[in-house]
Design a binder for this molecule. Structure first.
Ligand SMILES: Cc1ncc(COP(=O)(O)O)c(C=O)c1O
Length: 366
């Protein structure tokens, strides 16, 4: 049986092993492991890629959001609006700073926060909005930015899943006050460990975030405020610089695979990803929507096809957020999506044969 995993990092490594091995060896031989030349260069390269002035390497995508909020002075008593249909990190960082997540339901077509519902949730305590570009498709930023501007709110993009995606003529990463990227191995630009990046056009914020990531200091052992240790590792930066050169090519492959899936599933009663005409998504996930999900998962498993659910429980119903006292029925679109979404294998190295295996296995049930 031709097994098809959800993603195959080994296949990717095989295609770039020489360059990766060389880059890793070079870092080890040079002996600079923290904030060396590779971190600096990757920060410049990602900033250029996103059309921003600054990039700041941090320890993870979670920290990219956390440090962004810290730099924007979000803290106790503040409210931050975001989507309940995302990975927990998006809302977790709000709570870590003593602020309160305020959820706004998603647009059921795109799975991104519904901009039309944001305004009603703004209070005098609202300080920021974190739109998530879920699965790699940008949220409707113009509407969100317009609302934020009218209410003097900070917008922090969560682009953990969306590096390289475009919204109208803008890159993800250049629209918010800051933007957080994740280099978690399964992301489109994945490290061999954890890593993250913040992009911004704001010089003061960039400077502040650089200080936060090294214990509130610019000069060693001189601490101007309380920060933390959240640096992108030099080894990971060296690896990511090799991979960044391939990113556009890999994105095109992901888009091609998505198109083939979508064509194959047309008219079969499977809801395929809806793409806003102004968006160019990067398909960190290719996520379909079906009524008979559990049956389909079992059927695909038997056919050797791995799947995943992103995400089975919306955040407002997670025990970790029970203190917020949301209940079932509060965000019906997120709840419905969490019961029906299913992510299929998606990675640039997916062969035509594997693609065919997935498609025929899926269609076997429709
Ligand atoms: C939407 C979203 N936000 C934030 C994160 C956090 O990133 P990391 O795992 O690098 O901390 C992730 C990924 O895991 C994510 O998918």
């Amino acid at each position: 049986m031709n097994k098809v995993p959800l993603l195959d990092l080994k296949a990717q490594y095989v295609s770039i092993s020489e360059e990766i091995d060389y880059a890793v060896k070079e870092v080890i031989q040079n002996g600079t492991f923290i904030l060396g030349e590779n971190v600096k260069r990757l920060e410049e390269e990602i900033a250029a890629f996103c059309n921003t002035k600054y990039g700041i390497g941090v320890a993870s995508g979670t920290d990219a959001l956390l440090l962004s909020l810290m730099a924007c002075r979000v803290g106790r008593g503040d409210e931050v609006i975001t989507s309940p249909f995302t990975f927990i990190a998006t809302a977790e960082v709000i709570v870590l700073l003593g602020a309160k997540p305020v959820f706004v339901d998603i647009d059921p077509k795109t799975y991104n926060i519904d901009p039309a519902q944001i305004e009603a949730m703004i209070t005098p305590n609202t300080k920021a909005i974190i739109p998530v570009h879920l699965y790699g498709q940008p949220a409707d930023m113009d509407k969100i930015l317009d609302c934020a501007k009218r209410h003097n709110l900070v917008v922090i993009e969560d682009a953990a899943q969306a590096i390289g995606a475009k919204y109208k003529d803008k890159m993800v990463g250049e629209m918010g006050k800051t933007c957080g990227f994740s280099f978690f191995p399964a992301k489109n630009l994945g490290a061999y460990g954890d890593g993250g990046m913040i992009t911004t056009n704001d010089e003061d914020l960039a400077k502040k975030i650089r200080m936060i990531r090294t214990h509130g200091s610019q000069v060693k052992y001189h601490h101007e405020f309380i920060g933390t240790n959240s640096r992108l590792d030099e080894l990971q930066a060296a690896i990511l610089r090799v991979k960044l050169k391939k990113l556009n090519e890999w994105t095109i492959q992901r888009q091609r695979i998505a198109q083939i899936y979508t064509e194959a599933f047309r008219g079969k009663g499977i809801i395929t990803p809806f793409v806003e005409e102004f968006n160019s998504p990067v398909y960190n996930q290719y996520t379909i929507r079906v009524k008979n999900r559990e049956e389909l998962i079992a059927h695909l498993k038997k056919s050797g096809v791995d799947t995943a659910i992103h995400y089975p429980i919306p955040l407002h119903l997670q025990p970790a957020f029970s203190y917020l006292e949301y209940k079932a029925g509060d965000f019906i679109e997120s709840e419905q999506a969490s019961k029906e979404v299913l992510s299929l294998p998606m990675y640039p190295e997916l062969s035509d044969e594997q693609l065919e295996t997935v498609i025929s296995a899926v269609l076997g049930m429709f």
